[in-house]
Write a protein that binds this ligand. Structure first.
Ligand code: ASP
Length: 347
């Protein structure tokens, strides 16, 4: 590691980590960035130089929409040359969506972008805020002996694990270990030391330029199948005005009821140009269409395989691809089934 002081840009979007209790209702609301900084003198006392940019106002992550993903990606892009790495403070509720979206929007990334937050506000004595944030900053600044970033990916650090962002899901609203990556191992574990797993990390070509993609199309939907699902519900979703792509959440290895009407509705939607991708409702494992007879109809209807992707990654990948290549549906379909930045396991 070189002797120059490393610089990290902390981009605060809000979330519990920045929150205080509102007088009157007692509900948690984001405070302002100065209040947050006052609770975190450690930020400016370490060996790493930390500078802060904040959303104004700070937001609960339920209010983070695709335009805010574009704003975050733009902030990273605008300051890319000035910093060794980036930490994005974000509420946990939709962190996996935002972090997945940024993994697609920041093509050719060669520096760390680490999302983190906390389950308890920074001002609460037992809060997990400081540990999460200080470790995320260390990871964002970490370089090898050649001065190259150790984890040049979009990631989520929470409690003691660093995960590839587009493999994560919020799994717990109570425990400090709020996230998991069911289909891909952790990229690092933080105990007394931070132990990285270089063989699991995604590296872009070191000379690749950072390409920013801020276009998106949110005319997408998630249709979750359940035993007894009726035609009117399926129809209402598949015929929604403006709809362009659907995440079809299926059973097990990608199975669906064999009702003829379901096949017909799906086939008609595909024929109308709607892209439908099969995503298993199971957290772990992959879609394997054709393994059971009950998934053959989906294949015949033109439904694509989502392999082992998360719903968060699939939905944001659809929005990104439709925004970038919406005029070329065949390319969108091809790229949906291609591993762009470690989000799916395909041969
Ligand atoms: N509601 C909060 C948010 O997502 C929860 C959290 O930050 O953990 O902004």
């Amino acid at each position: 590691m070189s002797n120059t002081q490393h610089k990290v840009l902390l981009i605060s979007t809000g979330g519990t980590i920045t929150m205080v209790r509102e007088a009157g209702t007692g509900a948690l609301v984001p405070a302002d960035i100065e209040t947050f900084k006052a609770y975190m003198p450690e930020l400016f006392a370490g060996a790493i130089q930390v500078e802060i940019e904040a959303f104004n106002p700070l937001l609960d992550s339920s209010d983070i929409s695709p335009s805010k993903w574009a704003q975050m990606a733009q902030m990273v892009y605008d300051h890319y040359e000035e910093y060794d790495g980036f930490v994005i403070l974000h509420g946990t509720d939709t962190m996996s969506y935002s972090a997945s979206a940024l993994s697609f929007m920041l093509e050719g990334l060669n520096k760390p972008v680490v999302f983190t937050g906390s389950q308890l506000p920074v001002g609460v004595l037992r809060s997990d805020a400081k540990e999460n944030l200080m470790t995320a900053i260390e990871i964002a600044a970490a370089q090898d002996e050649n001065g190259d970033a150790i984890v040049p990916e979009v990631t989520i650090f929470f409690e003691d694990r660093l995960f590839r962002a587009n493999r994560t899901t919020k799994r717990n609203a109570e425990h400090f270990s709020a996230f998991n990556s069911y289909n891909y191992p952790a990229l690092a574990k933080a105990g007394v030391h931070i132990t990285y797993q270089p063989h699991l990390i995604h590296y872009n070509s070191p000379n690749a330029p950072l390409v920013l993609h801020t276009g998106y199309d949110s005319n997408v939907a998630v249709l979750k199948l359940f035993p007894g699902i009726g035609r009117p519900v399926v129809r209402a979703v598949l015929r929604a005005k403006g709809l362009r792509a659907v995440v079809l959440e299926t059973f097990g290895a990608g199975n669906a009821p064999s009702d003829k009407w379901l096949y017909r509705e799906l086939k008609e939607a595909v024929d109308r140009g709607i892209i439908i991708v099969n995503k298993t409702q199971c957290n772990t494992g992959s879609v394997e269409m054709g393994l059971y007879a009950v998934s053959l109809n989906l294949m015949k209807a033109g439904v694509l395989s989502g392999y082992d992707i998360t719903t968060e990654a699939l939905l944001t990948k659809m929005m990104y691809l439709l925004g970038e290549h919406g005029d070329d549906p065949e390319l969108v379909k091809k790229l949906l089934m291609t591993n762009l930045c470690g989000e799916i396991t395909v041969e």
